[in-house]
Design a protein around this ligand. Sequence first.
Ligand SMILES: O=C([C@H](O)CO)[C@H](O)[C@H](O)COP(=O)(O)O
Length: 209
Amino acid sequence: MKLQIAIDLTEMGKALCLAEKVKDIVDIVEIGTPLIIKEGMHPVRALKSKFPELCVLADTKIMDGGAIECHDACEAGADIVTVLALADQATITEVVKTAHAAGKQVLADLIGVDDLATKAQLCLTLGVDLIGVHTGVDRQKQGGTPLKDLTLLAEKIDPSKIAVAGGVSLQTIDDYVRLKPGIIIAGSALYNAADIKQAALAMKGCLRK
Ligand SMILES: O=C([C@H](O)CO)[C@H](O)[C@H](O)COP(=O)(O)O
């Protein structure tokens, strides 16, 4: 089971500084959608060129123009690129083709999808490597969590292919660990922590229990 930090800060310098602090603790560093919208692929390129061994995920959430958007992320150094599972099958296929040609992986984010199992199966059939069970930040404000969705989906597809995100914290991480997803993603619980290193170490410890 891997730990991924989602860095959703919009200040590039601060985001890169946080990434440096946890790069030896977490398994994957995600450059979040808000930073990509603000700065494009610069933070991905900067992080990967400074730490070539680091696994970097670009949370591009591609919805259309699969080939060009995926190509830009791969060329900047992303190891994993995200596409929205709600996108057209043609788009998902373009993303998969482009990423795999560059030796990279694709995560399809199920945010906003109703029939999780059917869509996840379809994405896997299209060649997607990882499936993201995700309760977005706006749904979290209404009390949503991804726990129920993860419970349902982990019974239908190989849980090692699932990445779970949506407000995971040190208080709740054990509930997710029990369901054995391949990747647990934590954003705000880490980048807002008073001591991000300690928080990341504590979360990593929960994965090893
Ligand atoms: O993908 C995310 C969200 O859509 C904002 O771009 C977050 O990175 C993801 O939800 C993880 O962050 P937390 O929910 O704060 O743990």
